[in-house]
Design a protein around this ligand. Structure first.
Ligand code: AMP
Ligand code: GLY
Length: 432
């Protein structure tokens, strides 16, 4: 939009606000788009590829999240002020490097820094070198050597394929037989491709997620959250992408949080900077509270899903300022967070994470008095239908976990769809 004023051309779009592109198309990106839509500075949001629910708050762009050249061309053509990356696949494809080379501001890590997530061995080596607490480990490319190491350590043994294996590259072997099978699969049959295997000690205790915005050595913590990875109540059944999450973890003391922040998140950010791989996006610590203290299970180089959907609704600061500050290397004001807690439950297609059918109508959404983040929906004739394994996440807030939980389940009951299931026990650890 252009207009003439005093003989000068003024770009009204710039005056009216910023244009943002969000890369990705799941519940995590819906929560990011939702947070951006609360920013008074943001005038226009694109999401590539987005999804049916995101389409209510942003313009969906039919580009794959790994189509680096297509995304860059789109951002240049549409005068995007800032791009925010959701998925690790986009980071690993080098989207940040390509955007920066074209002079575009982007929130996310370089391809090289994404190794903190994409290579387990890189992450373990970094932690060992800088004294970040994690399970003892060794890494192998040779099957016989790996087996000999496993045989000499206590069981269970944790075997991790070194690479992005979509969460399927971790095997907890209870005995030597199971370890032999898994190692043969990874190192002899190369089921996940060419790669090494990290073998590490098994840790026990409750797991939790500590996400921070990181710009080099500046680390801005977000509220702690806990995911629920198993499909069914009581943490039974197969692993999924995550069936629910909440904030306000009662089993983590302020002292624990402070330790994790300083000795894990800040130390790792400094370590990455010292290695010449400064971070410029989200550092996600997948942590565990063991009897010997808090340790790292894994790092991710991005927002968690479904953690983002419970964390970002608590943000009271303008998220555009945070994204822009980190993307351009400028300090930002310490983000402010609501003192409430949130709890979110994922509605998944029956059969997920195995085979499931799609295309079922979802009714009643207009009556839901809670946040609704779409993970896998489509829309036809103005009605949403199921279009993925994880379909929707319903998120409510409250003064405590019990309040938030009661509200979420009350609101979910208003949703009418014959092919959805969900866990009834999200935050069970908090309510024991
Ligand atoms: P990762 O892909 O490294 O996050 O591993 C996936 C899941 O496996 C984690 O969320 C844990 O539940 C489990 N896991 C991984 N490493 C360990 C470990 N050293 N001890 C116990 N459980 C682990
Ligand atoms: N919530 C697990 C993940 O985002 O990897």
């Amino acid at each position: 939009m252009k207009s003439a004023a005093g003989g000068k051309e003024i770009n009204l779009e710039n005056l009216l606000g910023k244009t943002v592109l969000v890369i990705g198309g799941g519940g995590r990106e819906h929560a990011i788009v939702d947070a951006l839509s609360r920013s008074p500075q943001v005038a226009k949001i694109y999401c590539a590829p987005g999804n049916a629910g995101i389409g209510e708050q942003a313009f969906n762009v039919p580009l794959k999240d790994t189509d680096v050249e297509g995304l860059k061309a789109f951002a240049l053509e549409n005068k995007v002020d800032l791009t925010v990356v959701g998925p690790e696949a986009s980071l690993a494809a080098g989207v940040v490097d390509a955007f920066r080379a074209a002079g575009l501001a982007i929130f996310g890590h370089t391809q090289a820094a994404t190794a903190i997530e994409s290579s387990k061995e890189f992450a373990k080596r970094l932690m060992a070198k800088y004294g970040v607490p994690t399970a003892a480990y060794q890494s192998f490319s040779d099957y016989e050597e790996a087996l000999a190491y496993v045989a000499a350590r206590p069981f269970p043994a944790v075997l991790k394929y070194d690479g992005l294996a979509a969460g399927k590259g971790v095997v907890i072997a209870q005995d030597l037989d199971e370890a032999r099978k898994a190692l043969a699969d990874m190192l002899l049959d190369k089921s996940f491709g060419e790669g090494r295997v990290v073998v590490e000690d098994f840790l026990t205790g409750p797991e939790f997620s500590f996400l921070c915005f990181v710009d080099g050595e500046r680390v801005y913590p977000m509220p702690l959250s806990q995911d629920h990875k198993r499909a069914y109540d009581g943490d039974k059944g197969p692993n999924t992408g995550g069936m629910g999450a909440y904030t306000g973890l009662p089993f983590i003391t302020e002292e624990d949080r402070e330790f994790a922040f300083r000795e894990i998140l800040c130390k790792t950010a400094s370590a990455m900077a010292a290695e010449g791989l400064p971070l410029s996006g989200v550092l996600y610590g997948g942590l565990i509270k063991t009897p010997d203290g808090i340790k790292v299970i894994e790092f991710n180089a991005r927002f968690g899903d479904p953690e983002t959907e419970v964390v970002l609704p608590l943000l009271q600061s303008d998220i555009y300022d945070i994204f822009e500050g980190v993307a351009t290397g400028h300090p930002v004001e310490e983000p402010l967070w609501s003192g409430d807690v949130t709890l979110g439950v994922v509605l998944a297609s029956k059969g997920y994470p195995g085979h499931y059918e799609k295309g079922f109508d979802i009714g009643g959404l207009d009556n839901v008095d809670a946040k609704l983040y779409h993970m896998g929906t489509g829309v036809r004739d103005g009605r949403f239908f199921t279009a993925g394994g994880r379909v929707l996440m319903v998120v409510a807030s409250g003064g405590d976990v019990l309040q938030a939980r009661e509200k979420v389940y009350r609101e979910i009951a208003k949703i009418d769809c014959e092919n959805l299931y969900y866990r009834k026990d999200i935050a069970h650890i908090a309510l024991k």
